[in-house]
Ligand binder design. Sequence first.
Ligand code: GLU
Length: 474
Amino acid sequence: MNKPTVRTRIAPSPTGFLHLGTARTALYSWAYARHHGGQFVLRIEDTDVERSSQESVQQILDSMHWLGLDYDEGPHYQMQRLARYHEVAEQMIAAGSAYRCWATPEELDAMREAQRARGEKTRYDGRWRPAPGKVLPSPPAGVQPVVRFANPLHGTVAWDDLVKGPIRIANEEIDDLVLLRPPPPDAPAGTLGVPTYNFAVVVDDRDMGITHVFRGDEHINNTPWQINLFRALGAPLPQFGHCPIILGDDGQKLSKRRGAVSVTAYEEMGYLPEAMLNYLARLGWSHGDDELFTREQMVQWFDGSHLARSPAQWDPAKLAWVNAHYIRAADDARLAALVAQQLAHRGVDAGSADALVAACALYKDRCSTVAELADWIGLMFVDVQPRAEDLAAHVSDTIRPALQDLRERFGGIAWDKVSIAAAMKEVLAAHKLKMPQLAPAVRVLVCGRVQTPSIDAVLALFPRRTVLHRLRLI
Ligand code: GLU
């Protein structure tokens, strides 16, 4: 038999930004599909109606686009598929693999309370589960039933996880999952109830022909139910790969409280998408000792092996190193457009991005983010405030006459790097000074920084009038 085409998916819930962990599973799913010449599907799991928002959907789509994770199908929206979940639930009821349960929340609470009192594990006790010879009570009036899965009572569920290896669990350990809940009591007639996560996922993964599921390992406990559901539906099982969570640099789960966790935040801080992809890929997967690789290499190498079993730690310093590499490699015009955006967000009008291209070429070697690049380039547009200690250390009385002279010469030369360098040399000779005395003073006054790239190149980027203005002796 021919192997089915590889189809993977990412299924984010639109209850916030695209989390870095989800971005990483999206990347693995995407790369795996691309590696095998298969398809990658985007599905929006919006059944948590209270917490889902269109704004969040848009952010997810934007982040996927920014990362370049192109999908072949979707976005599919679960809330547009309610009729389908009801259809499958009805088929399962007819086939005996699901049943209606009229137990009220109060009754279920009392049931669990009694189980706890007896020292038992709390679980649904199967009171509405049909069985040969069992007489069920008549459905109570005024109660809307849920639909439950008749999970196999015996045997084991086992799978060979692509990340974690073999996993097995006894069916005795898991109870009859709710598949569908009734609509709220005040909903208009005809409103369809919403499926639970496990049910919707299985119906969708089956209908969408998903062959490989990569997701966070917080879902490992759901997988036995899902496997049983696939079996009950007579559907082929996908292969599962559960990736460990990402830890913050303090060893705790990466969370908002400990720094940025959304893709959007990294975009805003001036990381490049290729750097994020590269860094995220390595966070839980390896290809030998390779730390830097292109998207194409990742697609070529990502065959589902070498996925790490233990949690990776988010390392801002390494991300900065990876980003610095891609900034150095980036085209200056592209960087200039990104810097112009950064500056615009800060309320700084840098004019046209064209003017920034040469500045990007000069500064990019020393920057790990576009934001840092914008800090350097912003010096040309926003008044600088040299620090008092820098002024005291570098703009001494010995230097002042030389600075005065330099300012006068700068007024009358061609404004380019070569002429600026020549004027500085003349001043050094005339005042018997050395470059390490003059250059820091100019740097502090013009840039507000003691260290900069070659001062003649830096000054040439500034409008002459700005330099003359800042060299005014304070
Ligand atoms: N909506 C689920 C989540 O965001 C998807 C889990 C899955 O991939 O099955 O965690």
